[in-house]
Design a protein around this ligand. Structure first.
Ligand code: ZN
Ligand code: ZN
Length: 177
């Protein structure tokens, strides 16, 4: 969802700056098997500055994402705080920058869209393997119980092993009949 900002007055004077706060409704993000749903909009606090070469947007973005703990599979809500950095130039000037510099174009002479910069900064902060608690004990591999809630008493020795079947196999020394 685009978030357009009109910056005509900013472009008129060099080194002019302006604060901008707001929020963006963000769609779900999928990273591999993990799905992250935003619990409310992504809130941002930015300062836009005319640097002459272009307009820089810098500041922070905050969001809360709902996802599942990779160990116990419970729902968990993770607060995120991201550093936002966006750079905007007039069309035709984007090739004056090194390739690794992400630049967005100023459209219709005085409009910028800050959504891509805000969302990119938030997505980078998403934990790849989120846990609801750093001490989450996960799920018992034997009985499937949530080890955070119960001590099921299963021990590692009782974990099913492919060799268990051998215990029930009685081998007789007698001739094969
Ligand atoms: Zn957990
Ligand atoms: Zn168990």
């Amino acid at each position: 969802m685009a978030y357009k900002v009109e910056i005509r007055s900013l472009l008129e004077s060099l080194s002019a700056s302006r604060d901008l706060s707001g929020s963006i409704d963000a769609p779900d993000v999928e990273l591999g098997e993990q799905i992250y749903r935003f619990d409310g909009p992504v809130a941002f606090d930015l300062t836009l500055t005319n640097t002459g070469a272009g307009v820089v947007a810098s500041g922070t973005a905050k969001a809360r994402v709902l996802t599942t703990c990779v160990r116990c599979l419970c729902d968990t809500c993770i607060p995120l705080e991201a550093e936002v950095e966006g750079f905007y130039v007039r069309p035709g000037h984007d090739d004056e920058f090194p390739e690794e510099q992400e630049v967005e174009l100023i459209s219709d002479d005085s409009n910028i869209d800050i959504e891509p910069a805000v969302m990119a900064s938030v997505v980078v902060e998403l934990p790849f393997a989120p846990v609801h608690d750093p001490d989450c004990k996960g799920i018992c591999p034997v009985c499937g119980g949530d080890l955070n809630a119960t001590d099921c008493g299963c021990s590692q020795e009782s974990a099913p092993s492919p060799f268990d079947a051998l215990k029930d196999l009685h081998v007789s020394d007698g001739p094969v009949s």
